[in-house]
Design a binder for this molecule. Structure first.
Ligand code: UDP
Length: 325
């Protein structure tokens, strides 16, 4: 089978490429290296079944060729990271909405099945946890740029569901909760790589707000397994699935855990949101998925516990010291 991964040099895309190659698939990746990195796929570049195009998914002629040549598409290319989104809202909106439009239009032209990576951000600031796929969304005003991310990914979901309903295109939506693992960079805000790097450098661990906000962290390999299963399961077509972990932890507790696991002497500092992001920034207080649908349809169960995830991330940064500097 020939598989196209948009965002294939990204954190999740590169792990997906690796797993699909191990399964014997021929993997085509397209990545404009905006947040993806060549070093993420360096170890795959000489694999005879791995192909990479360094190009934006907005280039329709390149995408037309790739989509026509591949059997299925994993659409992962998107603007990622709250810090990046707050700083570059125009790019976020364009990249997410126009990019998905290109992918779905071409998938429909060649009748290719598409899995769309969406995000738990679509639930917004609802506190009605655990979030079920059909729950209401609670969003802030358009004057707060964070909400553009949630809205842009929701448009992607609407469009994918519309293509399925109206044109019978096979689409599946995977709503990802906080995903972590080796190769994720802290550059765009993600808390675990940031705190681990700070701890290893001996710098203060920066906890934003009062540290009482709750997140659940999923290991990237659990997400990759779920993505492949969603793609392979006919009953998943035309549906939305939460993929994550449902064991919550506060960010303050997370910082303590990282300090202990790294043996770091760093202090933990609390930074107000307006200083970390921008004036009036709104965070999600709590984010926990209801995983019962994914369990029922694809037998999904996150296997990796937070401590194991942290050990893997710490080992990664210890072995790639240059990324920690
Ligand atoms: N966060 C933090 N310190 C950091 C980076 C992030 O306390 O250096 C917080 C952030 O404000 C949020 C949580 O950690 O409440 C998770 O942030 P991340 O950007 O990883 O993902 P999000 O859940 O916001 O999409």
């Amino acid at each position: 089978m020939k598989v196209l991964i948009t965002g294939g040099a990204g954190f999740i895309g590169s792990h997906l490429a690796e797993t699909l190659l191990k399964k014997g698939e021929e993997v085509y990746c397209i990545d404009d290296l905006s947040t993806g990195r060549l070093q993420n796929v360096q170890h795959l570049r000489h694999h005879p079944q791995f192909h990479l195009a360094v190009e934006t998914i907005l280039n329709e002629s390149v995408m037309d060729r790739l989509v026509s040549e591949c059997d299925v598409i994993y659409h992962l290319a998107a603007a990622v990271g709250v810090e990046l989104i707050v700083k570059s809202p125009v790019e976020t909106i364009q990249r997410n909405i126009l990019g998905t439009d290109v992918v779905l239009r071409l998938a429909n032209r060649y009748l290719r099945k598409v899995l769309i990576a969406s995000t738990s951000e679509v639930y917004g600031k609802s506190e009605a946890v655990p979030f079920g796929e059909d729950d209401d969304r609670v969003l802030g005003p358009t004057t707060k740029s964070r909400w553009s991310y949630s809205s842009s990914k929701a448009i992607d979901e609407f469009l994918a569901l519309a293509y399925h309903k109206e044109k019978n295109l096979e689409t599946v939506i995977m709503r990802l909760f906080n995903t972590v693992g080796p190769r994720q960079t802290g550059r765009y805000g993600m808390v675990i790589p940031r705190l681990v790097q700070q701890a290893l450098r001996g710098d203060p661990l920066t906890v934003y707000g009062d540290g009482g906000q709750v997140r659940c962290f999923t290991f990237v390999e659990d997400v990759v397994d779920a993505a492949i299963r969603l793609m392979e399961t006919p009953a998943a077509v035309g549906q939305v699935f939460n993929i994550g972990n449902n064991q919550g932890i506060t960010i303050a507790e997370l910082a303590e855990k990282i300090k202990a696991l790294t043996g770091s002497q760093s202090e933990i500092v609390y930074i107000p949101y307006e200083q970390a992001y921008e004036e009036g920034f709104e965070d999600m207080r709590i984010r926990i998925p209801d995983l019962s649908k994914a369990k029922r349809v694809i037998g999904y169960e996150p296997k990796t516990k937070l401590d194991q995830i942290l050990v893997r991330v710490i080992d990664h940064f210890r072995n790639h010291e240059q990324e920690t500097r």
